[in-house]
Design a protein around this ligand. Structure first.
Ligand code: G6P
Length: 610
């Protein structure tokens, strides 16, 4: 949440900062700002809205932003509305210290009072401004010492980049509970909250751990631990194909990512299927392989789309691996009293690997001494490093705020995990082989669904003015009802709700009339007839119905207003196919409503605050 970047090197800082902000924009986009030091003074420009507004403002104001040192920020508001005053970077009273911050300072009100008593005047409503004034209060002649002193008083989570006009060729950065990394380029160093802002310039990355401070100047960088001793850290080489962070001819990242799914599914399972043994190989679980035999309960934690993927996993793991599973919102798990024993494993699902609630849930589980596992897309992310063992998705960077390819990749990894754990238990070779074989067929089947893009767009044209929508499904596709509704509301701001089809009659059906359409996920599976009855119930109340059905199911046309067909698959894998029409439908509903598809209002991709 929020994106931060800092640059120091032989080139002009501004282009790198702006390019970085555009890459980080998915983390928050309600206001943005840059601060550049030209060797004498620090000049700032801020704007409300997306980075393009900042671009315009920079051209309009015509300030000299020519320096080689600078910091920048794109904001997702937590404390204070999106406004110029609240946009980062923030400064102290003397306007010498400038900083950008990601996270939340929990004791900011208390610190603000204290600083006000000492004469500090605040210009914004943010928690961040308190940090700037605090460092100013502690500053004598060394920014690092002032920062160290200030950190002792801060409670909460932060990633901070800071500079001081009197130390014009230095940037300091520190993190606690919020991601921050340092990219080491050719005579330039870039600090950012996300690798996507750095990857164009270098693939050499140092990941900062909590409480580590990095001091960067033109000569290089030094890292200090929480005792402020200098330490050396491993330089990692990141492997991201630069094309993965471009739109490659698609109008939106979301559409590109939807169409990438045949490939991302292939990438997620590459080298992991052992067809001849009806097994899967998961290198990331090798170290805990024997421990996993003892596990008799799994709690899956996640947020948003990752949570919905977890619900599909619950059906899979219970049916095929015979392991009882509970799926919990990470934000709830962290504050309840979970009953955990040594045979319970807590599994986090997270695309970014940075979601604050999911991270806190894992920390809570570790505190209780249970085995922690992860299904994480972002390599080297905080949750990936925190869990005892895990499986990477290898789905590539997901830029669109609304998650698509990460979802299908999470579900396929859950299927792999099901076979892995199932084969450790009672799952037969034949069952394992059947699942593994069908997993290999999925990319082709997804391609067939993608070919119906135009038909799905036509359906969206009929419904895009709707004010409400219900999504309904049963068993493996019940979580898809939630995911479909989530996609529609987050992208098009149309009110949408997902229900298990069987629950409609217990209340929600009261809302149905000719203006309240429903989308049923109704493949020919073990609950097909039950779903059909539920469709009839909607039809007899004049509700319009779109169905996603199995190819060849002609009868369903009689009770549906529109049908989208998906190829037949194993019941447990159907969600991976059935979600594709839902993604395309939501995409076109948003496009037709002129929404900002890749950056829906009020949202952010990586939610690093509670
Ligand atoms: C945000 C995003 C969602 C995502 C959720 C969890 O709310 O907008 O698309 O599903 O965070 O993110 P994670 O990175 O943990 O999967």
């Amino acid at each position: 949440m929020c994106g931060i970047i800092g640059y120091i090197g032989q080139n002009k800082a501004l282009p790198v900062l702006l390019d970085g902000l555009r890459r980080l924009e998915y983390r928050g986009y309600d206001s943005a700002g840059v601060a550049v030091c030209d060797g004498q003074e620090i000049i700032t420009v801020k704007a409300v809205g997306k980075i393009v507004e900042l671009d315009k403002k920079i051209s309009l104001e015509n300030k000299s932003l020519q320096g080689n040192v600078g910091i920048a920020h794109t904001r997702w508001a937590t404390h204070g509305k999106p406004s110029l005053e609240n946009a980062h970077p923030h400064c102290g009273c003397k306007q010498e210290i400038w900083l950008a911050h990601n996270g939340i300072i929990e004791n900011y009100a208390e610190l603000k009072k204290l600083l006000e008593k000492k004469g500090h005047k605040f210009l914004s409503e943010t928690d961040t401004e308190v940090i700037a004034h605090l460092i100013e209060e502690n500053y004598k002649d060394d920014l690092k010492i002032a920062l160290q002193k200030s950190l002792k008083l801060l409670k909460g989570a932060y990633g901070i980049v800071v500079m001081h006009a009197k130390e014009p060729d230095t940037i300091l950065a520190v993190k606690k509970g919020s991601p921050l990394l340092v990219g080491l380029g050719d005579k330039e160093t870039i600090i950012a909250s996300d690798v996507s802002a750095i990857i164009r310039y270098t693939d050499k990355i140092v990941y900062l751990e909590d409480n580590e401070i990095v001091k960067v100047n033109k000569a290089g960088f030094k890292i200090f631990n929480s005792d402020y001793e200098e330490i050396s850290k491993e330089i990692k080489k990141v492997e991201i194909d630069k094309n993965e962070i471009e739109k490659s001819g698609f109008p939106h990242f979301m559409l590109k990512e939807i169409f990438e799914q045949p490939k991302t599914i292939t990438d997620s399972v590459r080298g992991r299927l052992v067809l001849s043994e009806g097994k899967v190989k998961l290198g990331g679980l090798e170290s805990v392989q024997e421990k996993l035999r003892e596990i008799n309960r799994i709690i899956i934690v996640g947020c948003g789309t990752a949570y919905n993927a977890g619900l599909v996993g619950e059906y899979m793991l219970e049916e095929y691996a015979n392991i009882p599973v509970e799926v919990e919102y990470a934000s709830e798990f962290r504050y309840r009293k979970p009953i955990l024993d040594k045979n319970t494993a807590v599994l986090a699902i997270s695309q970014s690997g940075e979601t604050a609630d999911t991270l806190a849930a894992i920390k809570e589980a570790k505190e209780k001494g249970v085995l922690t596992l992860g299904i994480i897309n972002s390599v080297g992310s905080t949750i990936a490093r925190e869990v005892d063992a895990g499986i990477y998705n290898h789905a590539g960077p997901e830029i669109s705020v609304a998650s698509t390819k990460a979802f299908t990749s999470q579900v396929i990894i859950l299927a792999l995990l099901t076979v892995f754990l199932g084969r450790q238990r009672q799952m037969s070779f034949i069952t394992g082989k059947r699942i593994v074989e069908e997993i290999e067929n999925l990319p082709n089947k997804i391609n067939k669904i993608l070919k119906q893009e135009k038909d799905i767009k036509k359906i969206a044209k009929k419904y895009y003015k709707s004010k409400n929508f219900a999504f309904l499904g049963r068993k493996y596709n019940e979580p898809l009802a939630f995911e479909g509704a989530l996609k529609l509301k987050e992208l098009s701001y149309i009110h949408a709700e997902g229900f298990p089809s069987g629950e409609m009659k217990h209340g929600p059906i009261a809302m149905i009339d000719k203006n309240f359409p429903s989308l049923f996920i109704c493949p020919q599976d073990s609950v097909y007839e039950k779903n059909i009855s539920n469709i009839e119930e909607i039809k007899s109340r004049s509700g319009k119905v779109i169905t996603t059905a199995t190819v060849g199911d002609e009868n369903i046309k009689n009770i549906s207003d529109q049908v989208i067909y998906i190829p037949k698959s194993l019941e447990m894998l159907t969600p991976i196919l059935a979600v594709i029409p839902l993604q395309l439908f939501s995409y076109y509903m948003a496009v037709l409503n002129n929404r900002d598809v890749d950056k829906p209002r009020n949202l952010a991709k990586s939610v690093t605050v509670e």
